[in-house]
Ligand binder design. Structure first.
Ligand code: BV8
Ligand code: ZN
Length: 242
């Protein structure tokens, strides 16, 4: 284990408060395609244009096809050793917060408890008329699913580009970032805001930040530790040695 990792291990051992931020890269080894991996495209549609309120307003069937495709894909997959190791880390640290950009639900499936799904969850739907939020695990919701309560059109309960995050959740994520001694940033390209700025909150408050990724990102130069490699290998090795 290099000098960097042993120093990070010492910090994690002593830390009262730890925060973790994850992105699509932590689910890559489970078979969930990353956004960058697919060049940000689905059927030649840019995801940043498809996952928007405008696209849903104009083409709700197409947007539902996109989310049903992801439901069917994720439905057949499960968590990997990196997700599992974070469950173990949560048990070893007095105050632990897991902030995820992923909507695949694999952290909760692995058994993580204090999880902030700041971009929502693929398995939840919200009525566009009465705003009722329900969990529906069906791999295919059909083209234009309707609300059981009021018959209104349902939409995926995820945060689309151009939409604000749920404020109480974002506030919790900011608080956890500002008050932790160590933040692990795992498998994210650090492009999408405001998630990409959470590590800055930790640094600004005097905490240490460590990036775990198969490659460098725009945030690497501001990191205290950069551990290059697969999350499924590095995270279990780091946590099991604590
Ligand atoms: C908002 C849910 C108020 C839906 C998602 C400031 C500047 C510029 C733009 C903006 C700005 N502020 C706001 C914006 C606009 C926008 C934004 O950031 N745009 C980007 C494209 C520039 N932000 C918003 O719209 C946010 N809302 O700010 O509201 C507002 C509104 C308008 C204007 C101003 C303010 C809402 C953002 C949330 C959007 N919803 N998801 C869905 O999933 O369908 S974002 C979605 O994309 C994910 O949740 C995630 O956040 C992002 C993808 O990023 P990653 O998860 O990092 O995945 P990626 O594939 O990119 O990278 C994978 C990484 O893993 C890579 O680094 C790779 O090397 C690594 N990796 C791969 N394999 C492994 C690995 N690492 C380790 N191990 C491996 N095995
Ligand atoms: Zn309704």
């Amino acid at each position: 284990m290099g000098p960097d990792r042993s120093k990070l291990k010492e910090l994690l051992k002593k830390a009262e408060r730890v925060a973790v931020l994850t992105g699509a890269g932590i689910s890559a080894e489970s078979g969930v395609p990353t956004f960058r991996g697919a060049d940000g495209l689905w059927r030649n549609y840019k995801v940043t244009e498809l996952a928007t309120p405008d696209a849903f307003a104009q083409h709700p069937e197409l947007v539902w096809e996109f989310y049903n495709w992801r439901r069917q894909l994720v439905n057949g997959l499960t968590y990997n050793p990196a997700h599992k190791a974070l469950v173990d880390l949560e048990a070893k640290v007095p105050h632990f917060t897991l902030i995820t950009q992923n909507v695949d639900g694999l952290h909760l499936k692995a058994g993580s408890r204090n999880v902030l799904e700041i971009h929502g969850n693929l398995w939840k739907v919200r009525c566009t008329r009465c705003h009722k939020i329900t969990t529906d695990m069906s791999p295919d919701m059909g083209t234009l699913p309707k609300c059981q309560e009021c018959g209104g059109l349902l939409r995926p309960h995820v945060v689309w580009f151009g939409e604000s995050l749920d404020y109480p959740l974002l506030h919790q994520a900011m608080e956890a970032s500002r008050t932790c001694q160590v933040m692990l940033v795992i498998g994210t390209s650090a492009v999408v805001q405001p998630a990409a700025s959470l590590a800055l909150e930790t640094k600004g408050a005097g905490g240490k930040v460590a990036e775990i990724n198969v490659e460098e990102t725009p945030n690497s130069r501001m990191m205290d530790f950069v551990l290059l490699g697969k999350a499924g290998e590095i995270v279990p090795e780091l946590v099991n040695s604590l």
